[in-house]
Write a protein that binds this ligand. Structure first.
Ligand code: SAH
Length: 214
């Protein structure tokens, strides 16, 4: 049923992403080429390119395509940038970052999910620029930092302070901040002295569980 996946991915870009203001051509190109159906459970294959989040395993979710696109656009992940991603999940977002040419360190607390994600990226020949870590990403991954960008794909009660310590000057963090029910997608820019916060859209993510999470 996904033989025609490239048509469906292209339609997803044209109907869900462009009309809502995703304008970064690199992001649009990558999202029209990554096979999203690789990353969703078998039972949800028909919905792989639909305008909604989908369950993955262990009660987790793969975000709605628009939210993935917006977070990626906000991240401005040009080729060569070092990105820390917290919440590997299915690996869909990881694949997008790797396709954009980023060097990705991705942290997931579930060993099983991390292994599945690695398998998916290997199939797509994208695993070469990704380091998969199993652990508490609410603490970042200081041994492999500092990073140009930090992307958190789970809801945090507040910005973990340690992320700022692991961010380079001129760097940016994109993270959903709020309570269990609803969060605001935030970006934080660090110029070496001060941090500038910006609010984007309301979102709903599964919680960041851990020492600096819920
Ligand atoms: N970006 C993913 C969606 C992630 S869902 C995708 O594209 O599929 C959020 C993920 O964050 C879940 O897999 C969950 O297990 C993970 N998570 C929650 N708390 C975490 C923590 N402290 N450290 C690492 N991963 C965490």
């Amino acid at each position: 049923m996904c033989e025609n996946y490239s048509d469906r991915a292209l339609k997803m870009v044209q109907t869900q992403l462009r009309p809502r203001g995703i304008h970064d051509e690199a992001v649009l190109r990558v999202m029209s080429t990554i096979p999203r159906h690789f990353f969703v459970p078998h039972a949800d294959l028909d919905d792989a390119y639909s305008d909604r989040a989908l369950p993955t395993h262990e009660g987790q979710t793969i975000s709605q395509p628009y939210v993935v696109a917006l977070m990626t656009q906000l991240l401005e992940a040009q080729p060569g940038v070092r990105v820390l991603e917290v919440g590997t999940g299915s690996g869909y977002q990881t694949a997008i970052l790797a396709s954009l040419g980023a060097q990705v360190v991705t942290v997931e607390r579930s060993r099983w999910l991390s292994q599945e994600a690695r398998g998916n990226l290997e199939k797509l020949k994208l695993a070469g620029s990704v380091v998969f870590i199993v652990g508490d990403g609410s603490l970042g991954e200081p041994t492999l930092g500092p990073y140009d960008r930090i992307l958190v794909t789970a809801a945090a009660p507040r910005l973990p302070k340690c992320y700022l310590d692991q961010l380079k000057t001129g760097g940016r963090i994109v993270i959903p901040v709020g309570d269990h029910e609803t969060q605001t997608l935030m970006s934080y820019d660090f110029d070496g002295q001060k941090v500038t916060a910006q609010e984007h859209i309301a979102v709903r993510f599964v919680p960041l569980v851990g020492e600096q999470g819920f």
